[in-house]
Design a protein around this ligand. Structure first.
Ligand code: GLY
Ligand code: MN
Length: 469
């Protein structure tokens, strides 16, 4: 069980959360925790990460747990695996199930072997079992077995009412959750500053990634996601770390730590390997920064995230026009989708227990009808959050400009938007890479509040941090 920041009564919070998520009428909600995933057998498993909805309702980060929650919260039952002598010999005794239940404010505990017959009994009395769509195959198989159904129908039969209520409730972060995210951000700030101080030509990307991960690990923290540390920032989710930091290149670091209660942070900085931005790098960097600051300025309750996205894209297109890479009316260019050559992703995403918070609920976190109408254009990935912003939403704001040779060549060959894109200039930019700048904010009644302690971001601040090593 995680203990979180001191002074917070998490037990009370979990009970309140479960009490609010009662979308099920007189039905019962099955919350299925994750199981260990074997690398080749169960005693050699991949690093374990609990299901975030389960964490939200219980705070319990251990594998092989499930919970049934009932209209009357005192009836909730935690199902846990009985600890055998082999477990004690090989892995230690772990936390007794009764103690886990106490920490989560759950009144009853049963052996997980009894979950199936308990569910059979509930359904036998004509009550429905509600569950969220699982995103790990083993969970889908588990639900299929528990509900005596085919695994193919598990996703289809997930409870839409529950998904909607969870999205509503988890979307608005409480002060305790924001404190967790800011706590994660304090480690993330250390990670980014250390990476800036260490970066210099001749090192490998993996060396910087090691520093980043070491800082989180030595603070007892996990990464919120696999860090992206690359001189090929134009590859949006670049997973390789084999390149040597060559002089003249930009290094993109997109990384974040988790808080004690597993809340994520997600920060990106991009900077020159040899400490000083070239005029060309500085020009594009300022375009990205202007778009980010403009987006932050636009954030306030009731603004739609997709409008924010297009607002930031307009600033980006205007900057790229000044740089001679785009032309024509910037607003028209964005309406047509021409800017997506340079920024083929959304302005950001929600942040919470997951880095792309609740992305497993897909369009449920937004406005389904509007999303269906607007998901067509290229470059709107992860803009599921097509709903008006609310006080308490935590968001990333992460515009970028990328020079993706394959995409540039494809669009040029297809003669896409020649009225808005200066293809003749782009030949000189094919090895530029990409720049992304990302921060995390909470929506307040007054606008966006930057979360965490500011991390060097202006050209002057970044160059000073680069020279700190
Ligand atoms: N940090 C990676 C992403 O936002 O997709
Ligand atoms: Mn992000």
């Amino acid at each position: 069980m995680k203990t979180g920041l001191s002074g917070t009564n998490w037990r009370k919070i979990f009970r309140k959360r479960r009490n609010l998520i009662r979308a099920a009428g007189d039905g019962v909600i099955l919350w299925l925790g994750h199981s260990l995933q074997p690398r080749n057998y169960l005693n050699n498993a991949y690093p374990f990460r609990q299901n975030s909805h389960f964490l939200y309702c219980t705070g319990l980060a251990e594998p092989d747990l499930a919970m049934l929650s009932f209209p009357e919260p005192d009836d909730d039952i935690l199902f846990a695996r009985a600890v055998g002598i082999d477990d004690i010999v090989w892995s230690g005794p772990g936390l007794p199930p009764e103690e886990m239940a106490r920490g989560a404010g759950i009144g009853r505990v049963e052996d997980i072997a009894k979950l199936k017959e308990t569910i059979d009994g509930i359904r036998g009395r004509g009550r429905r079992i509600h569950y969220l769509p699982p995103y790990q195959y083993s969970s889908a198989l588990g639900i299929a077995r528990l509900l005596r159904t085919r695994v193919e129908s598990v996703g289809r039969n997930a409870s839409v009412a529950l998904m909607e209520q969870v999205a509503d409730q988890r979307g608005v972060k409480s002060p305790e959750e924001i404190a967790e995210i800011e706590d994660a951000l304090s480690i993330t700030g250390q990670m980014h500053r250390a990476a800036m101080a260490a970066a210099r030509p001749g090192l490998r990307e993996s060396y910087i990634a090691g520093i980043i991960q070491g800082i989180a690990l030595s603070a007892g923290r996990h990464q919120a996601f696999d860090p992206i540390v690359t001189i090929h920032g134009e590859v949006l989710h670049n997973g390789s770390r084999d390149n040597v930091l060559e002089p003249g290149r930009l290094l993109l670091n997109d990384s974040g730590a988790e808080s004690p209660m597993c809340y994520a942070s997600d920060i990106t900085r991009t900077y020159p390997v040899n400490g000083k931005f070239t005029p060309r790098q500085a020009e594009i960097y300022r375009v990205v920064l202007d778009a980010q600051l403009a987006a932050m300025d636009m954030i306030k309750p009731k603004v739609s995230y997709i409008d924010l996205h297009f607002g930031a894209c307009r600033v980006l297109a205007e900057g790229l026009k000044s740089a001679g890479l785009m032309k024509g009316n910037s607003s028209d260019a964005v309406d047509a989708g021409a800017h997506a050559l340079f920024m083929p992703h959304g302005i950001g995403h929600m942040l919470g227990l997951d880095v792309h918070d609740m992305e497993d609920l897909g369009s449920i976190i937004g406005n389904k009808k509007k999303n269906a109408a607007r998901r067509g254009p290229f470059g709107l990935n992860y803009l599921n959050l097509n709903r008006p912003l609310k006080t308490g939403f935590v968001l990333t704001v992460e515009p970028g400009v990328y020079f993706i040779p394959a995409l540039i060549e494809r669009w040029r060959d297809e003669k896409k938007f020649p009225e808005f894109i200066n293809y003749d200039k782009l030949g000189a930019w094919l090895s530029f890479g990409g720049i992304r700048v990302e921060d995390n904010v909470v929506v307040t009644s007054k606008g966006a509040r930057l979360l965490g302690t500011p991390i060097p971001k202006t050209i002057e601040e970044v160059e000073a941090a680069l020279s700190a090593g």
